[in-house]
Design a binder for this molecule. Structure first.
Ligand code: ASN
Ligand code: ZN
Length: 313
């Protein structure tokens, strides 16, 4: 039985190697069985047709937006793989395609259900969206959410959807910078505000203080203020603040405890498009108990964090 098994394993490896070599004929000497996903970058050349034109060797491009998008997307892929053992956006090694220079003076970035698109910004309100690690992490996490909980983009599920993107976007930024919870800025979009926006604002959103007037996106931070029909970017403040409270009460690095709890709740509960905030909170409580059994400090932090935003467990 062992011999047959070895034989099959060898055959599997041989065919995997052949497959890899067929796909990457010029990389025959750097082949490994744990292949990382392809990360192609395209340019829309300021048009709105996706994906646009592919750029060869994006990591060495003379276009700073192409290069940054390739590098930061590669970092997000590495973050999900090394911290959460996730193989790309879909968990199955899917190619992560990005298009830069989307539209003219376009003041946004988005995951369209199958790829990323980044605007240049108009240079006044926003600068290039690919220049923000938390924004890149935010947008790619919309893809992860699509393949896991599959949350809608309205009402409570919409707020959760947005908040998961902010939480993992901030986690990613903290991981890249090696920051502990007390060193992190907990801001989203603080490094892509243009000069006009900077006169009044410091960020798009602040997980530490969602209702703060220095945020461009006005948010709520407590469930008593929640109403159906609100913008998901507004209601996300509730779960954003819960994540901030829980992570900072646990201290250390967010990706050691709070991150794995959130990731477990996101990925181990099947698809639940209209999940409520209380349901997600309950999922994080169950995940905390599963990942840190008997750890009363963790259980207390999770319970108190959600309670402080008006969601009792
Ligand atoms: N950048 C925005 C976001 O990901 C795009 C949108 O409104 N969906 O939230
Ligand atoms: Zn979003």
């Amino acid at each position: 039985a062992t011999m047959r098994h070895d034989h099959q394993l060898r055959q599997f490896r041989d065919s995997a190697r052949q497959l890899v070599m067929a796909k990457r004929p010029f990389q025959a000497f750097s082949v490994t069985l744990t292949q990382t996903p392809d990360i192609p970058v395209y340019t829309c050349n300021n048009g709105m047709t996706l994906p646009g034109v592919q750029i060869a060797d994006p990591g060495n491009s003379s276009d700073p937006q192409v290069k940054t998008t390739f590098n930061t997307t590669s970092d997000v892929e590495r973050f999900y793989r090394s911290v959460f053992n996730r193989n790309s956006i879909d968990g199955n090694g899917m190619t992560i395609l990005s298009s830069v220079h989307y539209g003219r003076d376009y003041n946004n970035a988005f995951w369209n259900g199958s790829q990323m698109a980044y605007g240049d910004g108009d240079g006044q309100i926003f600068t290039a969206f690919c220049d923000s690690a938390d924004v890149v992490g935010h947008e790619l996490t919309h893809g992860v959410t699509q393949y896991t909980l599959g949350l809608d983009y309205e009402n409570q599920a919409g707020g959760l959807n947005e908040s998961l993107s902010d939480a993992f976007g901030s986690l990613f930024k903290q991981w890249v910078k090696g920051q502990s919870t007390d060193e992190a800025d907990w801001l989203i979009g603080n490094d892509i505000l243009g000069p006009a926006a900077r006169q009044k604002y410091t960020c798009l959103r602040d997980m530490a203080d969602p209702t703060n007037a220095h945020c461009m996106g006005g948010q709520i931070a407590h469930f008593r203020d929640y109403r159906d029909g609100m913008d998901p970017h507004e209601t996300s403040g509730i779960a954003n603040h819960a994540f901030y409270l829980i992570a900072t009460r646990l201290g250390g690095k967010s990706w050691d405890k709070a991150g794995p709890i959130w990731y477990d709740a996101l990925t181990r509960n099947g698809s639940n498009p209209d999940m409520t905030m209380a349901e997600f909170a309950g999922a994080t409580k169950a995940s905390a108990a599963r990942l840190f059994p008997g750890d009363t400090a963790v259980a207390k932090a999770v319970d108190s964090g959600w309670a402080d935003v008006g969601i009792a467990l």
